[in-house]
Every structure is written in C-alpha cells, then in structure tokens.
Design a protein around this ligand. Structure first.
Ligand code: NAD
Length: 458
C-alpha cells in the first residue's frame, strides 16, 4: 500500500516507521522543515531531539529510502496514495477545555486542496489518527467535499500508544479500532493493517467513525479516572489511617482479576499531552449535549491537585517553610523513558514551589533537560529564571534543603545513598512516586520522608 502520514510527531513518526517496517511504501509529511531534514538524515541524535522512543531509530535506519520517505511537499507524493493518516496536533482551548481544531483544520484544508488536483482515480481514505471530538470525521468529509475531492472516504482510527513504549505498542497493540462508512474503506484499512486482522490476540474492531472517536475519549477518561481513584481514595487512606500500608493495600485490592494493577501506583498525578486534554474535551462534549459531568470533573480535579498537594502536606505535616529555600526536583519529563514535557506534573509542581517563595530550584532529569528548558522558559513565567539544571541527581541535591521526586526513573530507587552523600539532615525528601524502598534507613538517620500514600516519617 502507498501510505501518507501527515504530521511527524510522536504518533505520526512511530506510525510511519512501523508501517514501513511491514513493507508499505510510506511517505511521512510535515510542514516543519527542520523535523523533516532531521528525520531524512536518519541520525539517531537528530531524530531523538524530536521523538525519543526506544526502537524507533533502528526502524528508521533500516527502512529509510527503501520503504520510508520524508517530505514537506504533499503535492509531490500524493499520486497513487491509498490512505492519508492525519496525525496532527489537537491541543485544548485553555478557556473551556474544548478541542482546538485550528491546526487540524489548517492542515486538512491544505491536504484537501492538493487532493482535489490528483490525477489518479483510485480511492483514497483520509484517516483520523489524531484524537478528535466525536463527529470530526464528518467534518473532515465536509472539507473534502467542499474542495471537490474525488473518490475518497473518511475514517477514524484512533491511536492508543503510550509514550516510552510506543514502538512496542504499535507493533503489538491491544486493539486496532477502525471506523468507516463504506466497505471499500474498510477494505483499504484491512490491507494497511493486514498483520492485525484475524490476529489471535489483537482485537481488530470495525465500527462507525463516531464510535471509533468515542472509544478513544472513553478509554483515556477511564484510565485517568482509575488513576484519580487511587490517588484520591487509596493514597488518602494510607496518609490518614495509622498502620495502613499503601503498597499492601494496592496488592490486596488488585489481586482481584477484575481490578487493574496498571494505574494503582499512587503518585503526584498523571501528566502528558493526552489524559488532561482528553478528559477536558469529553467534559465539554458531554456538557454540550446536556449530560452531567460531575464524575469526570472530580477525576480531573483530583489529578490536578495531586500534582501540588505534597507541597501543601510538607507545610502542614512536616512544618517545612519553603520561603527562600533551595529545592531539588528530580525527574521533569511527564514519565520515565521520554523527554516529553507536555503537561508534565513537574510544571505545576515547580510553579507551586516558586509561588511559595522558593529561592532556587535545582532540576535534574536523565533525558528531558533540553525540552524542560523550553517548557520552563522565563518568557512563559519570569519565576522560571530561578531554575538551574544539573547533570546528575547528586549535583542537584547538593546545597538544597529539600528534594522532590516527580518522575519514576529507575535510577531514583537507589537514591537514599545519594541523599546521604549529598545532603545532611535536617532535610526533607518529598517522594511523589514512592521511589525509595529503604526510606526507613534515612529516617533513622534524621531525614524527613514524606511520600504520597503514607504519613510523614521523621
Ligand atoms: P505532535 O505535536 O508531537 O505532532 C504533530 C505534528 O504535526 C508535528 O510534527 C507538527 O509539525 C505537524 N503539523 C502541524 N501542522 C501541520 C500541517 N499543517 N501540515 C503538516 N504537519 C503539521 O503531536 P502527537 O503527540 O503526535 O499527537 C498527534 C495527535 O495524536 C493528537 O491528536 C494527540 O492527541 C493524539 N495522540 C497522541 C498520543 C501521544 O502519546 N503523544 C497518543 C495517542 C493519541
């Protein structure tokens, strides 16, 4: 099949790479010339500057120039294409949480104009991989019709990948959801995804475009609600009732096959570019059809508060005064194995610390320093001038009065020794990820340990 992937971000680049691995002729297209140049080079460093996913560089190196091509010129590659996958940004409107379709629409208008000039007569399917509100495939169809594009179909094929394991998941997804109106379009997508059709484990689900769009929102909202349940209920029980051990509580509850282990690890909230924006968008969509959204609002609010509440607990329960203090923040990316800072919990956390009068934040992340510098640009918030970046956790801790673990990088599990080497008690350890299994050792040496899901230990 000849496939075009429009938008080479996390979703588009991984989709393009994995499709090329299966022998499709794939053209990845973006309007960002720098990105396309970097990817066309096939150099690991250049690619990883934009999308850092395990296994991705290897695929690109293997298929580049054989099955995988990059371009900024859609007109030059569109002839003969069977499908165009739209992997475009769909950020939230900050005022009401609705989905901002400005970038999506701009790209689709350009694509429609070019598609209308095609010389070939074969059927082409425009496939939404972006997360878009229920009904957007219809909107896509209207734009194509307005430009008089011939012989086309529209489809919704939402993406479910999780960053950090995106390649693995694209190769072996739990399910592939394809929403189309016409059998001819289902047929084209069955050929694109032939390795998943009739698979023994992977569910290949064919439905209407609207159902496919809804599946994505309900799935992400469910996942965030489950995380919020553990943070809002499980963690609070561990923090308020003496002798309740949160890890045992979690194990006992999730031993029931009906209850997921995923999402039960209490934390300083879930970040990332999807959960928050998708639940906010679904709230907006449901309100617009007069459905009560109380439960979803609660999930959203619990998650947002979770990002800063250890700071509040440090004041209330550990008696810590943040004014003029130096705080080390370990882990900046929204989760481990990625350099993605979009909506990372560390952003709200650092804003909160600086708002409490912290004089200096000493930040460390194994992968995300460069993207963090962009996220914490003083032009976005003048207080961000007070952030300094370090190359090791130890350097960040040295000279600080307290530390906060915000991302679950494995290396933080061995942190108690580093803390002892780099900081003397009294010293406050705020553990947003419950990463220090031997915390009792440092507590007996005079350090104060405050973790999500447990009472303060000093
Ligand atoms: P991204 O911002 O990383 O990538 C979007 C790409 O689109 C960028 O490379 C940008 O340059 C390009 N683009 C923007 N306007 C364009 C235009 N007019 N023409 C051509 N290219 C254009 O976004 P992403 O994280 O890949 O997400 C894409 C979509 O997939 C979003 O709707 C998102 O909600 C959804 N999604 C993301 C994830 C995730 O984990 N990142 C997972 C599932 C679904």
């Amino acid at each position: 099949m000849k496939i075009i992937v429009a938008g080479t971000g996390y979703v588009g680049l991984v989709h393009a790479a994995v499709c090329s691995e299966y022998g499709h002729e794939v053209y990845a297209y973006d309007n960002d010339v720098n990105k396309i140049n970097a990817f066309s080079n096939g150099q690991a460093e250049e690619i990883e500057k934009y999308v850092n996913e395990p296994g991705l560089v290897n695929i690109i190196k293997e298929t580049l120039g054989k099955y995988l091509f990059f371009s900024t010129d859609l007109g030059a590659i569109i002839e003969g294409a069977d499908a165009i996958f739209l992997c475009l940004p769909t950020p939230p409107n900050p005022n009401d949480g609705s989905t901002n379709l400005v970038f999506y629409d701009a790209a689709v208008e350009d694509i429609a104009e070019i598609a209308a000039k095609r010389n070939d007569e074969n059927r082409i399917v425009f496939v939404n991989k972006s997360t878009v509100p229920i009904g957007t495939a219809r909107h896509l169809q209207d734009i194509m019709n307005a430009h008089e594009v011939k012989n086309f179909g529209v489809s919704s094929n939402p993406e479910f990948l999780a960053e950090g394991t995106a390649v693995e998941q694209a190769r072996k997804p739990d399910r592939v959801v394809v929403g189309c109106d016409h059998e001819s379009d289902f047929k084209i997508l069955r050929r694109v995804y032939s390795q998943f059709v009739n698979h023994v484990r992977i569910k290949y689900i064919e439905t209407t475009p609207e159902t496919a769009e809804a599946i994505k929102y309900v799935a992400n909202t469910m996942l965030l609600t489950y995380i919020s349940f553990w943070n809002g209920v499980g963690a609070k029980i561990g923090e308020r009732f003496p002798n309740v051990k949160i890890d045992d509580l979690r194990l006992g509850v999730t031993s029931d096959d009906r209850i997921s282990t995923w999402g039960s690890f209490v934390s300083n909230g879930a970040g990332g570019s999807c959960f928050g924006k998708d639940i906010a968008s679904l709230i907006y969509q449901l309100r617009s059809v007069n459905v009560s959204t109380k439960m979803l609002e609660a999930s959203y609010e619990v998650n947002e508060y979770q990002k800063v509440y250890l700071v509040e607990r440090a004041i209330a329960e550990a008696g810590f005064k943040f004014n003029n203090k130096t705080v080390a923040v370990l882990g900046l990316a929204f989760k481990k194995h990625t350099n993605d800072m979009r909506d990372a919990s560390s952003i709200k956390l650092i804003e909160s610390l600086l708002g409490k009068g912290v004089a200096k934040v000493k930040a460390y992340d194994p992968l995300a320093i460069e993207s963090a510098k962009h996220a914490f640009s003083p032009s976005k918030n003048i207080l961000f001038e007070k952030i300094e970046y370090y190359e090791t956790a130890k350097e960040a801790i040295e000279g600080s009065h307290a530390l906060f673990i915000s991302t679950d990088w494995e290396e933080f599990r061995g942190l108690s020794r580093t803390i002892e080497e780099a900081a003397r008690p009294p010293y406050l350890v705020m553990d947003g990820r419950r990463m220090i299994p031997d915390f009792e050792d440092i507590v007996t040496k005079g350090y104060t340990y405050l973790a999500v899901g447990a009472m303060v230990m000093k």
